[in-house]
Design a protein around this ligand. Structure first.
Ligand code: ADP
Length: 422
């Protein structure tokens, strides 16, 4: 099938979140991990390419995103979406702005929008300021993120240092006046050379208005929620259609295991809840640096394959800071990611076929270690977190790849229950 919408996501859980919300339109979605081979012509109407470029140097991010763009263009895409986190995770160097500007240049686009809002998950934008629930982003737990601490809430201020063109705002008062007014505002600012428009959104109705006003743009950017509304709009416009009937995903049998490398506030609650009820093992990066993963491997080997279990490096901000001071930020992250990835491979060899993974970077490391390149989207466990299915060494595997703050306290348990019921 010819691709109409080509999406590039800056991390793996972001890509699954995006795929889940696009899937709600009923249109087939295919999720690739990394840029597919040039001769891969088995494409879906909505294609999502998951990259791992949130925290790499801006030049690398731009190069990888360009390669993804070229593949999507060749697949036939006429609209493009650049997906980043609903908490705008980035640094002053990028990579949200630089990738967007590269895509604008490739497409000859004068303007794009920035809409990370995800009202269903409590992410909203008002007067250009991003809120997590009722807190400003800079006062939310995101201020302590190990890799991208967010210490400002103004999207205009966060974005401007990352880009060449001017950044503007379409505030809630404009959005509330409907699609035509918003469109007129976007056009007026485009003619003044404002290339980047932050758009306020506090509800799904706001997102519908923004989708209506930006549906003709070759490039839109933001979180999964605006993409979901754009997808619906593309169907309404007749750009693509949803086939009748639903594909029923086949659920693999086999052991279950949770891996958590996310230190986000919600993950910390999920880990505490699940560890209180199931066998669990805590990994400490400093101990891993000194002693390797031998003890963890032994622990995993001793667990019965069919018993629920949890391996986590999840820690409080104070402990994360200490580990980063001792090892350096990148090394601390790398040690944890590699340890969890190695243990996931071992779990697979021991018969695990149902994996819940908490953490965007962590999910990237684990899917890479398992050699996964393409995912099929299954049922949604929580808004933006679907079960996905993949082949690993010829065996079918189910994965729930959850970014830090998604899901409720019982998410790990809920995820497995949903598979049991499928
Ligand atoms: P999230 O989705 O919550 O942002 P990520 O997996 O993307 O989670 O990022 C969390 C990062 O923190 C990972 O790179 C992980 O390796 C690192 N990390 C996990 N546990 C620790 C720890 N105890 N000390 C230092 N860094 C850690």
């Amino acid at each position: 099938m010819a691709t109409v919408l080509g999406c590039i996501a800056d991390d793996f859980t972001g890509a699954t979140d995006l795929a889940a919300l696009l899937s709600r339109s009923g249109v087939p979605v295919s999720l690739r991990i990394g840029v597919p081979a040039e001769d891969d012509i088995d494409t879906a109407a909505f294609e999502v390419i998951a990259l791992k470029i949130r925290t790499v140097p801006a030049k690398d991010a731009v190069d990888q995103a360009r390669a993804a763009f070229q593949w999507l263009k060749k697949a036939g895409a006429t609209r493009f979406f650049w997906k980043y986190c609903s908490t705008f995770d980035s640094t002053a160097e990028g990579n949200i702005g630089p990738v967007a500007e590269m895509l604008m240049d490739e497409l000859g686009a004068k303007q794009t929008i920035y809409c990370p809002a995800f009202p269903e998950n409590g992410r909203s934008i008002f007067m250009g300021h991003l809120f997590v629930g009722e807190q400003l982003l800079s006062e939310s737990p995101m201020k302590d993120h190990p890799l991208t601490p967010m210490r400002d809430s103004s999207l205009v201020r966060l974005l401007q240092p990352q880009v060449q063109r001017k950044v503007g705002l379409a505030n809630r008062l404009v959005v509330a006046q409907g699609g035509a007014t918003l469109r007129a505002r976007l056009d007026a600012l485009a003619s003044e050379g404002v290339g980047h428009m932050v758009t306020d959104a506090v509800s799904d109705d706001d997102l519908k208005t923004i989708a209506e006003a930006s549906a003709d743009m070759p490039l839109t950017t933001g979180g999964s929620a605006i993409a979901g509304q754009l997808a619906r709009f593309y169907v309404e416009q007749g750009l693509t259609s949803a086939p009748a009937g639903k594909l029923s995903a086949q659920v693999p049998e086999g052991g279950q295991v949770v891996f958590s490398g996310s230190c986000s506030a919600m993950t910390r609650r999920q880990v505490a809840y699940y560890a209180g009820k199931n066998a669990s093992l805590r990994l400490d990066p400093v101990a891993l640096e000194d002693g390797g993963t031998g003890a963890a491997r032994e622990w995993l080997q001793q667990q019965a394959a069919n018993q629920p279990k949890l391996i986590f490096a999840t820690a409080e901000p104070e402990e994360v800071r200490k580990a980063q001071e001792t090892l350096g930020l990148e090394k601390a992250s790398y040690i944890v990611e590699q340890a969890l990835a190695g243990l996931a491979k071992q779990a697979f060899r021991n018969g695990a076929r149902r994996f819940v993974v908490a953490g965007g970077e962590t999910s990237g490391a684990i899917t890479q270690a398992l050699g996964i390149t393409r995912l099929e989207i299954g049922p949604e466990i929580a808004p933006g977190v679907p079960w996905v299915f993949a082949d690993v060494e010829g065996e079918r595997v189910a994965l729930a790849l959850k970014s830090g703050n998604f899901g409720s306290e019982t998410f790990f348990e809920d995820a497995f229950k949903l598979l049991e019921a499928a």
